[in-house]
Design a protein around this ligand. Structure first.
Ligand code: ATP
Ligand code: MG
Length: 341
């Protein structure tokens, strides 16, 4: 294809404008020129001028379109690592900034997808790992029993109760997983109401009294104003407190666990404090992640899967609040959150 024809194809979109402009000029020349010869000379000049114009406009357009095509091809072939590497030149600077922001958005979308994929894989890995532990244990005990231990009165009940203990762990894990997936898919429906704090908290703390006593840990529920009413989802807040108190007892070897409810203006602060092993600065930022445990073996031996605090965080955030934690290794931890009065 000749260069002129190619340039013509690129400037084709402007042909209606060229034609109307050319016609006006020809008409004016026709009116103003006094002889036919002069008119034809001017007409020839005008035609040459328009051919040059079409050629030059087409050339420019062709160059710009090629620059854009190259940028798109380079993006498609992953040639750029940052948007600043995309250059279209001065004349296309507006398009350049649009392409740059589109590139940045695509890059972020891809990064998010990759992160999500990684989280999903990690989650599945964690779930299967957590499932494997109790299932293997149950299988082991049952197998030993079937192979003859069932008739050995010294061990049969111990093995059965150990297997039963692991079915409990399995059941807890299943419930936590259902909660996590409901919360994260936005399916957990909350039902907010006012309820009396003292009536609510007394039985929860009572339920843990025996557990604390078995570990020789003091369990102190500080005085709560009898008429204190708070706003929240009672069932979910019970879940939060149960998790926090059970952690406090689990991770405390001696001393006490205290539960306090303090007035803070329009809110009240619920505090669960213990004198347990505490959490290091490094781990504090991570304990709310799913499956995160400071000491996996220790936590697993007390039946923990590391989902408790992740659920607590979600529930408290669904109350438009935040869970705060202060802790010193060896001295104890304090978890607290605000609820609207
Ligand atoms: N009161 C506490 N004192 C010391 N460490 C704690 C305390 N509460 C939580 N932790 C640490 O944070 C980790 C995460 O807590 P989380 O409640 O999410 O998991 P878990 O107790 O191990 O298991 P579960 O899913 O059964 O609750 C725990 O494994 C523990 O290491
Ligand atoms: Mg826990």
């Amino acid at each position: 294809m000749s260069r002129l024809k190619e340039n013509y194809l690129y400037s084709r979109v402007f042909i209606p404008e060229f034609l109307s402009f050319g016609l006006i000029i020809i008409l004016i020349t026709l009116i103003l020129s006094d002889s036919f010869i002069k008119f034809f000379i001017i007409l020839a000049l005008i035609i040459i001028f328009f051919i040059r114009l079409i050629d030059s406009v087409g050339r420019k357009r062709k160059t710009q379109i090629r620059i854009i095509q190259k940028a798109i091809d380079d993006i498609r072939n992953n040639m750029f690592s940052s948007p600043d590497e995309i250059k279209l030149g001065k004349q296309l600077f507006e398009l350049e900034s649009d392409i740059k922001s589109m590139f940045l958005k695509t890059q972020n979308d891809i990064a998010n997808l990759k992160k999500l994929e990684q989280v999903r894989t990690e989650f599945l890995g964690n779930v299967s790992h957590e499932l494997r532990t109790p299932i293997f244990a149950i299988q082991g005990y049952l197998e030993t029993l079937l192979e003859g231990a069932i008739d050995d009165n010294r061990v049969n009940k111990i093995f059965l109760s150990k297997a039963f203990h692991h079915t409990n762990n399995l059941n807890n894990l299943l419930h936590d997983l259902i909660d996590i997936s409901m919360i994260e898919s936005g399916q957990m429906r909350m039902s907010f109401r006012y309820f009396n704090m003292k009536d609510f908290i007394d039985p929860i703390v009572q339920d843990f009294a025996l557990l604390a006593e078995e570990k020789h840990i003091g369990m102190i529920l500080h005085e709560i104003r009898p008429k204190l009413e708070v706003f929240g989802d009672k069932t979910r807040i019970k879940q939060v407190l149960t998790n926090l108190i059970s952690n406090a007892i689990k991770y405390t070897e001696q001393g006490k666990v205290e539960i306090m409810v303090l007035d803070e203006g329009k809110f009240c602060r619920i505090i669960v404090r213990d004198s347990g092993i505490g959490i290091s600065e490094k781990d504090l930022g991570r304990i709310f992640e799913r499956f995160y445990r400071v000491d996996k073996d220790r936590s697993r031996s007390v039946g923990g899967t590391g989902l408790g605090l992740a659920i607590v965080k979600h529930i408290i955030e669904a109350h438009n609040s935040r869970i705060d934690v202060k802790s010193s290794p060896g001295l104890g931890s304090e978890f607290s959150f605000l609820l609207k009065k």
